[in-house]
Design a protein around this ligand. Structure first.
Ligand code: ATP
Length: 433
Protein backbone atom coordinates (compact mmCIF):
# COMPACT_ATOMS: atom_id res chain seq x y z
CA UNK A 1 0.00 0.00 0.00
CA UNK A 2 1.39 3.39 -0.96
CA UNK A 3 2.31 5.86 1.77
CA UNK A 4 -0.01 8.80 2.14
CA UNK A 5 1.50 12.21 1.83
CA UNK A 6 -0.37 13.85 4.66
CA UNK A 7 0.76 17.41 3.85
CA UNK A 8 -1.37 17.73 0.79
CA UNK A 9 -3.81 14.92 1.38
CA UNK A 10 -6.59 17.36 2.22
CA UNK A 11 -6.03 19.22 -1.08
CA UNK A 12 -6.03 15.98 -3.04
CA UNK A 13 -9.14 14.79 -1.26
CA UNK A 14 -11.08 18.00 -1.83
CA UNK A 15 -10.22 17.96 -5.54
CA UNK A 16 -11.21 14.29 -5.82
CA UNK A 17 -14.42 15.12 -3.93
CA UNK A 18 -15.26 17.76 -6.50
CA UNK A 19 -14.19 15.73 -9.55
CA UNK A 20 -16.21 12.68 -8.57
CA UNK A 21 -19.25 14.55 -7.26
CA UNK A 22 -18.83 14.10 -3.52
CA UNK A 23 -18.60 17.71 -2.32
CA UNK A 24 -18.89 21.12 -4.03
CA UNK A 25 -18.30 24.58 -2.65
CA UNK A 26 -21.67 26.18 -1.91
CA UNK A 27 -22.73 28.98 -4.28
CA UNK A 28 -19.60 28.34 -6.35
CA UNK A 29 -20.65 30.40 -9.37
CA UNK A 30 -20.97 33.42 -7.06
CA UNK A 31 -17.49 32.91 -5.67
CA UNK A 32 -18.57 30.51 -2.92
CA UNK A 33 -19.94 31.02 0.59
CA UNK A 34 -17.30 30.51 3.24
CA UNK A 35 -17.52 27.14 5.04
CA UNK A 36 -20.75 26.07 3.35
CA UNK A 37 -20.76 23.00 1.12
CA UNK A 38 -23.10 21.17 -1.22
CA UNK A 39 -23.07 17.42 -1.57
CA UNK A 40 -23.10 16.00 -5.08
CA UNK A 41 -24.51 12.68 -6.34
CA UNK A 42 -21.91 10.48 -4.62
CA UNK A 43 -21.69 12.64 -1.49
CA UNK A 44 -25.44 12.45 -1.06
CA UNK A 45 -25.30 8.65 -1.21
CA UNK A 46 -22.37 8.45 1.20
CA UNK A 47 -24.13 10.69 3.72
CA UNK A 48 -27.29 8.65 3.39
CA UNK A 49 -25.35 5.44 4.00
CA UNK A 50 -23.65 6.90 7.09
CA UNK A 51 -27.00 7.99 8.50
CA UNK A 52 -28.59 4.64 7.76
CA UNK A 53 -25.81 2.66 9.42
CA UNK A 54 -26.03 4.85 12.50
CA UNK A 55 -29.82 4.58 12.63
CA UNK A 56 -29.68 0.81 12.16
CA UNK A 57 -27.19 0.42 15.01
CA UNK A 58 -28.78 2.91 17.38
CA UNK A 59 -32.49 2.42 16.71
CA UNK A 60 -33.34 -0.77 14.75
CA UNK A 61 -30.95 -3.07 16.59
CA UNK A 62 -32.12 -1.94 20.02
CA UNK A 63 -35.47 -2.13 21.73
CA UNK A 64 -34.70 0.70 24.13
CA UNK A 65 -34.11 3.54 21.67
CA UNK A 66 -36.78 5.51 19.80
CA UNK A 67 -36.44 7.97 16.92
CA UNK A 68 -37.39 11.65 16.83
CA UNK A 69 -37.34 14.44 14.25
CA UNK A 70 -37.88 17.71 16.09
CA UNK A 71 -38.07 21.16 14.52
CA UNK A 72 -35.03 23.35 13.91
CA UNK A 73 -36.74 26.49 15.25
CA UNK A 74 -37.88 26.08 18.82
CA UNK A 75 -39.17 28.25 21.65
CA UNK A 76 -36.40 30.75 22.50
CA UNK A 77 -36.72 29.98 26.22
CA UNK A 78 -35.26 26.55 25.47
CA UNK A 79 -31.91 28.16 24.70
CA UNK A 80 -32.06 30.20 27.89
CA UNK A 81 -32.75 27.07 29.92
CA UNK A 82 -30.00 25.12 28.18
CA UNK A 83 -27.42 27.84 28.92
CA UNK A 84 -26.77 28.61 25.24
CA UNK A 85 -27.96 32.24 25.30
CA UNK A 86 -25.64 33.02 28.17
CA UNK A 87 -22.79 30.65 27.64
CA UNK A 88 -22.52 29.22 24.11
CA UNK A 89 -19.68 31.55 23.35
CA UNK A 90 -16.11 31.40 22.13
CA UNK A 91 -13.46 34.04 22.90
CA UNK A 92 -12.81 36.02 19.71
CA UNK A 93 -9.64 38.01 19.03
CA UNK A 94 -8.84 40.12 15.95
CA UNK A 95 -5.41 40.87 14.56
CA UNK A 96 -4.98 44.65 14.41
CA UNK A 97 -2.59 44.32 11.46
CA UNK A 98 -3.88 41.66 9.03
CA UNK A 99 -7.47 41.64 10.40
CA UNK A 100 -7.61 37.85 10.71
CA UNK A 101 -9.88 36.43 13.42
CA UNK A 102 -8.93 33.71 15.89
CA UNK A 103 -10.39 31.75 18.75
CA UNK A 104 -8.31 32.84 21.74
CA UNK A 105 -8.56 29.35 23.28
CA UNK A 106 -7.01 27.78 20.17
CA UNK A 107 -3.89 29.93 19.84
CA UNK A 108 -1.02 31.22 22.00
CA UNK A 109 -2.28 34.81 22.32
CA UNK A 110 0.94 36.02 23.98
CA UNK A 111 2.80 35.34 20.72
CA UNK A 112 0.54 37.63 18.69
CA UNK A 113 -1.28 36.78 15.46
CA UNK A 114 -0.37 33.28 14.17
CA UNK A 115 -0.58 34.65 10.62
CA UNK A 116 1.56 37.81 10.77
CA UNK A 117 2.70 38.20 14.39
CA UNK A 118 0.61 41.40 14.67
CA UNK A 119 -0.95 42.66 17.89
CA UNK A 120 -4.23 41.04 18.92
CA UNK A 121 -7.28 42.72 20.42
CA UNK A 122 -8.49 41.73 23.88
CA UNK A 123 -10.72 38.62 23.69
CA UNK A 124 -14.45 39.29 23.53
CA UNK A 125 -17.07 36.61 23.97
CA UNK A 126 -18.95 35.80 20.80
CA UNK A 127 -22.22 33.82 20.84
CA UNK A 128 -22.24 31.07 18.21
CA UNK A 129 -26.01 30.85 17.75
CA UNK A 130 -27.54 32.12 14.51
CA UNK A 131 -30.49 34.40 15.20
CA UNK A 132 -33.49 35.16 13.05
CA UNK A 133 -37.00 36.54 13.57
CA UNK A 134 -40.33 34.75 13.65
CA UNK A 135 -43.05 36.69 11.85
CA UNK A 136 -42.85 40.13 10.23
CA UNK A 137 -41.48 42.11 13.18
CA UNK A 138 -37.72 42.22 13.55
CA UNK A 139 -37.46 43.06 17.24
CA UNK A 140 -36.16 41.42 20.40
CA UNK A 141 -39.54 39.89 21.22
CA UNK A 142 -39.53 37.88 17.98
CA UNK A 143 -36.00 36.47 18.05
CA UNK A 144 -35.68 32.74 17.41
CA UNK A 145 -32.50 30.72 17.08
CA UNK A 146 -31.35 28.19 14.53
CA UNK A 147 -30.66 25.23 16.81
CA UNK A 148 -26.94 24.78 17.55
CA UNK A 149 -27.52 21.13 18.56
CA UNK A 150 -30.32 18.63 18.10
CA UNK A 151 -30.17 17.50 21.74
CA UNK A 152 -32.55 20.09 23.21
CA UNK A 153 -35.33 18.95 20.87
CA UNK A 154 -34.93 15.53 22.47
CA UNK A 155 -34.99 16.76 26.08
CA UNK A 156 -38.16 18.78 25.65
CA UNK A 157 -39.84 15.74 24.06
CA UNK A 158 -38.71 13.27 26.71
CA UNK A 159 -42.19 12.69 28.15
CA UNK A 160 -43.95 12.82 24.76
CA UNK A 161 -41.76 10.06 23.37
CA UNK A 162 -41.81 8.03 26.58
CA UNK A 163 -45.59 8.05 26.81
CA UNK A 164 -46.18 7.40 23.10
CA UNK A 165 -43.71 4.51 22.96
CA UNK A 166 -44.40 3.19 26.48
CA UNK A 167 -40.71 3.05 27.26
CA UNK A 168 -39.37 2.86 30.79
CA UNK A 169 -36.13 4.38 32.07
CA UNK A 170 -33.48 3.42 31.04
CA UNK A 171 -34.19 4.22 27.42
CA UNK A 172 -32.90 6.52 24.71
CA UNK A 173 -34.06 8.90 21.98
CA UNK A 174 -32.12 9.27 18.74
CA UNK A 175 -32.26 12.11 16.27
CA UNK A 176 -30.49 13.08 13.05
CA UNK A 177 -30.78 16.65 11.84
CA UNK A 178 -29.21 19.93 10.88
CA UNK A 179 -27.52 22.20 13.40
CA UNK A 180 -26.03 25.65 12.94
CA UNK A 181 -23.09 27.35 14.66
CA UNK A 182 -21.61 30.67 13.69
CA UNK A 183 -18.08 29.28 14.16
CA UNK A 184 -15.29 31.86 14.39
CA UNK A 185 -12.78 29.65 12.62
CA UNK A 186 -14.49 27.12 10.39
CA UNK A 187 -12.19 25.12 8.20
CA UNK A 188 -10.37 21.97 7.24
CA UNK A 189 -12.80 21.37 4.40
CA UNK A 190 -16.02 19.85 5.82
CA UNK A 191 -14.53 19.23 9.30
CA UNK A 192 -15.89 22.42 10.83
CA UNK A 193 -18.68 24.22 9.02
CA UNK A 194 -21.38 26.65 10.08
CA UNK A 195 -24.22 24.42 8.90
CA UNK A 196 -23.86 20.72 9.60
CA UNK A 197 -25.80 17.63 10.48
CA UNK A 198 -25.70 15.88 13.83
CA UNK A 199 -26.55 12.34 14.87
CA UNK A 200 -27.33 12.41 18.57
CA UNK A 201 -28.66 9.88 21.01
CA UNK A 202 -29.70 10.85 24.52
CA UNK A 203 -30.01 7.96 26.97
CA UNK A 204 -32.12 8.58 30.09
CA UNK A 205 -31.06 6.64 33.18
CA UNK A 206 -31.74 6.41 36.87
CA UNK A 207 -29.36 8.61 38.91
CA UNK A 208 -26.67 6.39 40.37
CA UNK A 209 -26.59 4.09 37.34
CA UNK A 210 -25.17 6.87 35.15
CA UNK A 211 -21.51 5.92 35.47
CA UNK A 212 -22.19 2.35 34.43
CA UNK A 213 -24.22 3.49 31.41
CA UNK A 214 -21.57 6.03 30.51
CA UNK A 215 -18.99 3.22 30.34
CA UNK A 216 -21.40 1.10 28.30
CA UNK A 217 -22.00 3.79 25.67
CA UNK A 218 -18.32 4.64 25.45
CA UNK A 219 -17.55 1.08 24.42
CA UNK A 220 -20.57 0.78 22.09
CA UNK A 221 -19.62 3.90 20.22
CA UNK A 222 -15.96 3.08 19.64
CA UNK A 223 -17.07 -0.36 18.43
CA UNK A 224 -19.28 1.32 15.86
CA UNK A 225 -16.29 2.97 14.22
CA UNK A 226 -14.67 -0.43 13.97
CA UNK A 227 -17.83 -1.63 12.24
CA UNK A 228 -17.46 1.21 9.75
CA UNK A 229 -14.03 -0.16 8.93
CA UNK A 230 -12.11 2.86 10.29
CA UNK A 231 -8.47 1.96 11.01
CA UNK A 232 -8.13 1.13 14.71
CA UNK A 233 -4.77 2.86 15.14
CA UNK A 234 -6.33 6.13 13.94
CA UNK A 235 -8.93 6.20 16.71
CA UNK A 236 -8.52 7.10 20.35
CA UNK A 237 -10.40 8.41 23.35
CA UNK A 238 -9.65 11.78 24.83
CA UNK A 239 -10.94 12.33 28.35
CA UNK A 240 -11.95 15.88 29.20
CA UNK A 241 -10.01 17.34 32.08
CA UNK A 242 -11.78 19.29 34.82
CA UNK A 243 -10.98 22.50 32.87
CA UNK A 244 -12.36 21.23 29.55
CA UNK A 245 -15.66 19.92 30.94
CA UNK A 246 -18.76 21.75 29.69
CA UNK A 247 -20.95 23.38 32.34
CA UNK A 248 -23.51 20.55 32.12
CA UNK A 249 -21.13 17.58 32.17
CA UNK A 250 -19.91 15.36 34.98
CA UNK A 251 -17.66 13.34 32.66
CA UNK A 252 -16.86 13.50 28.96
CA UNK A 253 -14.84 11.53 26.46
CA UNK A 254 -14.25 12.49 22.85
CA UNK A 255 -13.60 9.88 20.22
CA UNK A 256 -10.79 11.35 18.15
CA UNK A 257 -9.50 10.49 14.71
CA UNK A 258 -6.00 11.24 13.43
CA UNK A 259 -6.67 13.56 10.48
CA UNK A 260 -3.85 14.93 8.29
CA UNK A 261 -4.19 18.11 10.39
CA UNK A 262 -3.89 16.24 13.70
CA UNK A 263 -6.02 14.33 16.23
CA UNK A 264 -9.49 15.87 16.34
CA UNK A 265 -12.89 15.10 17.81
CA UNK A 266 -15.38 13.13 15.76
CA UNK A 267 -17.81 12.24 18.55
CA UNK A 268 -18.54 13.42 22.07
CA UNK A 269 -19.86 11.15 24.83
CA UNK A 270 -21.07 13.06 27.86
CA UNK A 271 -22.59 12.38 31.23
CA UNK A 272 -24.91 15.40 31.38
CA UNK A 273 -26.36 14.48 34.77
CA UNK A 274 -29.87 15.86 35.47
CA UNK A 275 -28.79 19.32 34.30
CA UNK A 276 -30.95 19.53 31.16
CA UNK A 277 -34.25 18.20 32.48
CA UNK A 278 -33.87 20.13 35.76
CA UNK A 279 -33.34 23.35 33.84
CA UNK A 280 -36.33 22.74 31.57
CA UNK A 281 -38.41 21.86 34.61
CA UNK A 282 -37.45 25.21 36.13
CA UNK A 283 -37.79 27.37 32.98
CA UNK A 284 -41.01 25.76 31.68
CA UNK A 285 -42.51 25.39 35.19
CA UNK A 286 -43.53 21.80 34.35
CA UNK A 287 -42.92 18.73 36.46
CA UNK A 288 -40.49 16.74 34.33
CA UNK A 289 -39.78 14.03 36.89
CA UNK A 290 -40.14 10.41 35.93
CA UNK A 291 -42.25 8.10 38.05
CA UNK A 292 -40.39 4.83 38.57
CA UNK A 293 -43.14 2.28 39.25
CA UNK A 294 -40.85 -0.46 40.48
CA UNK A 295 -39.09 1.73 43.03
CA UNK A 296 -42.23 3.79 43.63
CA UNK A 297 -40.28 7.03 43.45
CA UNK A 298 -40.01 10.11 41.28
CA UNK A 299 -36.75 11.47 39.96
CA UNK A 300 -35.24 13.52 37.17
CA UNK A 301 -33.32 11.09 34.96
CA UNK A 302 -29.63 11.55 34.26
CA UNK A 303 -28.66 11.77 30.59
CA UNK A 304 -25.83 10.05 28.77
CA UNK A 305 -25.29 11.69 25.41
CA UNK A 306 -23.54 10.41 22.29
CA UNK A 307 -23.13 13.13 19.68
CA UNK A 308 -21.48 12.98 16.30
CA UNK A 309 -21.69 14.75 12.93
CA UNK A 310 -22.59 13.33 9.51
CA UNK A 311 -20.33 15.73 7.59
CA UNK A 312 -17.40 15.16 9.93
CA UNK A 313 -17.85 11.40 9.65
CA UNK A 314 -17.95 11.68 5.90
CA UNK A 315 -14.58 13.42 6.02
CA UNK A 316 -13.32 10.72 8.40
CA UNK A 317 -14.31 7.83 6.14
CA UNK A 318 -12.94 9.60 3.05
CA UNK A 319 -9.57 10.35 4.68
CA UNK A 320 -9.40 6.83 6.07
CA UNK A 321 -10.28 5.23 2.73
CA UNK A 322 -8.04 7.34 0.48
CA UNK A 323 -5.07 5.49 -0.96
CA UNK A 324 -2.63 6.16 -3.76
CA UNK A 325 -0.87 3.50 -5.76
CA UNK A 326 1.52 4.11 -8.67
CA UNK A 327 -1.21 3.36 -11.19
CA UNK A 328 -4.33 4.53 -9.46
CA UNK A 329 -6.07 6.41 -6.68
CA UNK A 330 -8.49 4.25 -4.76
CA UNK A 331 -11.09 4.94 -2.09
CA UNK A 332 -11.18 1.80 0.01
CA UNK A 333 -14.62 2.50 1.44
CA UNK A 334 -16.39 -0.27 3.26
CA UNK A 335 -18.93 -1.72 0.77
CA UNK A 336 -21.84 -0.81 3.09
CA UNK A 337 -20.78 2.83 2.89
CA UNK A 338 -19.78 3.01 -0.78
CA UNK A 339 -22.10 5.33 -2.74
CA UNK A 340 -22.21 3.03 -5.76
CA UNK A 341 -22.17 -0.68 -4.98
CA UNK A 342 -21.27 -2.01 -8.41
CA UNK A 343 -20.59 -0.81 -11.93
CA UNK A 344 -21.79 -2.86 -14.88
CA UNK A 345 -19.82 -2.83 -18.14
CA UNK A 346 -20.22 -4.38 -21.55
CA UNK A 347 -16.67 -5.13 -22.76
CA UNK A 348 -17.52 -3.80 -26.20
CA UNK A 349 -20.64 -2.03 -27.34
CA UNK A 350 -21.66 -4.72 -29.83
CA UNK A 351 -22.23 -8.46 -30.36
CA UNK A 352 -25.15 -8.52 -27.95
CA UNK A 353 -23.06 -7.56 -24.91
CA UNK A 354 -24.82 -4.22 -24.15
CA UNK A 355 -28.19 -6.02 -24.15
CA UNK A 356 -27.05 -8.55 -21.53
CA UNK A 357 -25.32 -5.84 -19.51
CA UNK A 358 -28.39 -3.58 -19.56
CA UNK A 359 -30.61 -6.46 -18.44
CA UNK A 360 -28.30 -7.18 -15.51
CA UNK A 361 -28.12 -3.47 -14.65
CA UNK A 362 -31.92 -3.13 -14.70
CA UNK A 363 -32.24 -6.14 -12.46
CA UNK A 364 -29.66 -4.96 -9.91
CA UNK A 365 -30.82 -1.36 -9.73
CA UNK A 366 -34.07 -2.42 -8.08
CA UNK A 367 -32.14 -3.09 -4.88
CA UNK A 368 -28.70 -1.53 -5.21
CA UNK A 369 -27.25 1.77 -6.31
CA UNK A 370 -25.44 0.60 -9.44
CA UNK A 371 -23.87 2.40 -12.36
CA UNK A 372 -23.78 1.52 -16.05
CA UNK A 373 -20.70 2.63 -17.91
CA UNK A 374 -20.12 2.08 -21.59
CA UNK A 375 -17.50 4.77 -22.22
CA UNK A 376 -13.76 4.26 -22.76
CA UNK A 377 -11.45 1.29 -22.25
CA UNK A 378 -12.25 -1.15 -19.47
CA UNK A 379 -9.01 -0.12 -17.73
CA UNK A 380 -10.16 3.48 -17.66
CA UNK A 381 -13.60 2.50 -16.47
CA UNK A 382 -12.01 0.54 -13.58
CA UNK A 383 -9.90 3.57 -12.58
CA UNK A 384 -12.94 5.84 -12.50
CA UNK A 385 -14.75 3.43 -10.20
CA UNK A 386 -11.68 2.95 -7.98
CA UNK A 387 -11.57 6.70 -7.40
CA UNK A 388 -15.28 6.79 -6.64
CA UNK A 389 -14.89 3.92 -4.17
CA UNK A 390 -17.12 1.42 -6.03
CA UNK A 391 -16.29 -2.00 -4.56
CA UNK A 392 -17.24 -4.19 -7.55
CA UNK A 393 -17.11 -3.95 -11.34
CA UNK A 394 -19.02 -6.52 -13.35
CA UNK A 395 -18.07 -7.05 -16.98
CA UNK A 396 -20.05 -8.79 -19.68
CA UNK A 397 -17.65 -10.15 -22.31
CA UNK A 398 -17.55 -12.61 -25.19
CA UNK A 399 -17.57 -15.60 -22.85
CA UNK A 400 -20.78 -14.39 -21.18
CA UNK A 401 -22.62 -14.96 -24.42
CA UNK A 402 -21.40 -18.55 -24.54
CA UNK A 403 -21.61 -19.77 -20.94
CA UNK A 404 -23.59 -17.08 -19.03
CA UNK A 405 -20.66 -16.18 -16.77
CA UNK A 406 -19.39 -12.66 -15.98
CA UNK A 407 -16.26 -11.31 -14.34
CA UNK A 408 -16.48 -9.55 -10.99
CA UNK A 409 -13.46 -7.41 -10.25
CA UNK A 410 -12.81 -6.49 -6.67
CA UNK A 411 -11.69 -2.89 -6.01
CA UNK A 412 -9.12 -3.42 -3.27
CA UNK A 413 -6.99 -6.28 -4.64
CA UNK A 414 -8.09 -5.92 -8.29
CA UNK A 415 -8.64 -9.68 -8.50
CA UNK A 416 -11.26 -11.04 -10.85
CA UNK A 417 -13.49 -14.01 -10.44
CA UNK A 418 -15.98 -15.51 -12.90
CA UNK A 419 -19.43 -16.34 -11.69
CA UNK A 420 -22.75 -17.14 -13.26
CA UNK A 421 -24.99 -14.24 -14.25
CA UNK A 422 -27.69 -15.44 -11.88
CA UNK A 423 -25.20 -15.48 -8.97
CA UNK A 424 -24.40 -11.76 -9.27
CA UNK A 425 -27.41 -10.62 -7.24
CA UNK A 426 -26.76 -13.01 -4.30
CA UNK A 427 -23.04 -12.12 -4.48
CA UNK A 428 -23.80 -8.41 -4.01
CA UNK A 429 -26.39 -9.13 -1.35
CA UNK A 430 -23.83 -11.12 0.62
CA UNK A 431 -20.95 -8.68 0.25
CA UNK A 432 -22.76 -5.38 0.57
CA UNK A 433 -25.56 -5.62 3.09
P1 ATP B 1 -15.65 22.21 19.39
O1 ATP B 1 -15.26 22.39 20.81
O2 ATP B 1 -14.62 21.50 18.56
O3 ATP B 1 -16.19 23.45 18.74
P2 ATP B 1 -17.83 20.80 20.48
O4 ATP B 1 -17.08 19.99 21.48
O5 ATP B 1 -18.61 21.97 20.87
O6 ATP B 1 -16.86 21.20 19.30
P3 ATP B 1 -20.03 19.07 20.28
O7 ATP B 1 -21.02 20.05 20.72
O8 ATP B 1 -19.58 18.00 21.22
O9 ATP B 1 -18.75 19.82 19.66
O10 ATP B 1 -20.55 18.44 18.93
C1 ATP B 1 -20.76 17.07 18.77
C2 ATP B 1 -20.35 16.64 17.38
O11 ATP B 1 -21.01 17.42 16.38
C3 ATP B 1 -18.87 16.80 17.09
O12 ATP B 1 -18.14 15.67 17.56
C4 ATP B 1 -18.86 16.87 15.58
O13 ATP B 1 -18.89 15.56 14.99
C5 ATP B 1 -20.14 17.60 15.26
N1 ATP B 1 -19.87 19.03 15.09
C6 ATP B 1 -19.86 20.00 16.04
N2 ATP B 1 -19.59 21.20 15.51
C7 ATP B 1 -19.43 21.01 14.18
C8 ATP B 1 -19.14 21.87 13.07
N3 ATP B 1 -18.98 23.17 13.24
N4 ATP B 1 -19.03 21.31 11.84
C9 ATP B 1 -19.21 19.98 11.66
N5 ATP B 1 -19.50 19.13 12.65
C10 ATP B 1 -19.61 19.62 13.90
Amino acid sequence: MAQKNSNNLMDKLSSLAKRRGYVFQSSEIYGGLNSCYDYGPLGTELKKNIRELWWKTMVYEREDIEGLDSSILMHPRIWEASGHVEGFTDPLVDCKKCKMRWRADQIETTEGCPNCGGELTEPRMFNLMFKTFMGPLEDAAHVVYMRPETAQGIYVNFHNVREASRQKVPFGIAQIGKAFRNEITPGNFIFRTREFEQMEMQYFVKPGSDEEWFGFWKEQRIDWYNRLGIKKEKLRFHEHSEKELAHYAKAAFDIEYEFPFGWSEIEGIHNRTDFDLSRHQEYASKDLRYYDQEANEKYIPYIIETSTGVDRLMLTVLVDAYDEEPERVVLRLKPQLAPVKAAVFALVNKEGMPEVATRLFENLRKDFKVFYDAAGSVGRRYRRQDEAGTPYCITIDGQTLQDQTVTIRERDNMEQIRINLDKVYPFLKEHIT
